[in-house]
Design a binder for this molecule. Structure first.
Ligand SMILES: Nc1ncnc2c1ncn2[C@@H]1O[C@H](COP(=O)(O)OP(=O)(O)OP(=O)(O)O)[C@@H](O)[C@H]1O
Length: 261
């Protein structure tokens, strides 16, 4: 069965009386889409709405045609896994207990984990490379270690839609690259959506969606020149997108502009 299509139409979200998302329409299909944009553009807010964690003031989210708000929390949890930013989780549990939380949508309140659940937890910890610390408490881990545990929790869900908010934050370069390869591999059979600041990592996605001041200003594949131009412009030409070794990368323009003659 193909992975679900996640679709949002006319989304409007504000905090207090300040609008943050202003009539956002977007559609996510099988493959990996990276949401990018300036600080405060509304990327995490959009991801929370797509995950069903924040109700929009107008508009709706549908997953395979069904309105997200019509799904029970359990049905939603089985379809959509969410990787939170680190400030949004507590750390009293051990690594294994934290990853096992990803199985809750399959168990219900009084369910007992079976061998399939334990196997999913083992597989997720292996994929996120955090099995070595499974008995340690989350709050005793470094930022990057904790990030890998939270990724494992999302993977343990086995959901066909993965929403990952800044999954490469705190990771060292080898683990950033591992995360990109994992996202590419998962996206072969899932709908993967990430919010990312590192443009070079985001350019490894199948598609990018550029959010600017609460609106989608451009979307497309990295090979699309219009998308690359829009990215350079929105980031005030502080970066230059070039092709290197067959992939698109964003280079910071560190050199001062030449002095006028
Ligand atoms: N809980 C909240 N209460 C009030 N305002 C909020 C809240 N969360 C976010 N905001 C505001 O909404 C706007 C969008 O925030 P959001 O976190 O979605 O942006 P973002 O694009 O993910 O930003 P960043 O790149 O800095 O992570 C920001 O101006 C932010 O200050």
């Amino acid at each position: 069965m193909p992975p679900p299509v996640l679709e949002a139409t006319g989304l409007q979200v504000g905090y207090g009386d300040r609008p943050v998302l202003k009539s956002v329409d977007c559609r996510f299909e099988a493959g990996w889409t990276a949401i990018v944009g300036p600080n405060g553009a509304g990327k995490s807010t959009l991801l929370r709405v797509l995950a069903g964690l924040l109700p929009p003031q107008a508009g709706e989210v549908r997953v395979d045609g069904r309105r997200l708000k019509d799904l029970s929390p359990r049905e939603r949890g089985q379809r959509i896994a969410w990787l939170a930013q680190q400030g949004e989780v507590t750390g009293e549990l051990t690594v294994r207990e934290t990853v096992a939380l990803g199985r809750l949508p399959h168990l219900g309140l009084f369910g007992t984990p079976g061998s399939a659940d334990e196997a999913a937890v083992d597989r997720a910890m292996a994929e996120a490379e955090c099995a070595d610390w499974q008995d340690r408490r989350l709050n005793a881990l470094s930022g990057g270690e904790r990030q890998r545990v939270l990724l494992a929790r999302a993977l343990a869900t086995d959901a066909p839609v993965l929403l990952l908010d800044e999954p490469t934050t705190h990771l060292d370069p080898p683990h950033q690259v591992a995360l990109v390869r994992l996202a590419q591999q998962l996206a072969r059979a899932r709908t993967v959506v990430t919010v990312m600041h590192d443009l070079s990592l985001a350019l490894a996605a199948d598609r990018l969606l550029l959010l600017q001041a609460g609106q989608v200003s451009c979307a497309g594949a990295p090979s699309d020149p219009a998308l690359r131009d829009a990215l350079e412009a929105v980031f005030r030409h502080a970066i230059r997108i070039v092709e290197q070794d067959g992939q698109w990368v964003a280079l910071p323009r560190l050199a001062a502009p030449p002095a006028p003659p």
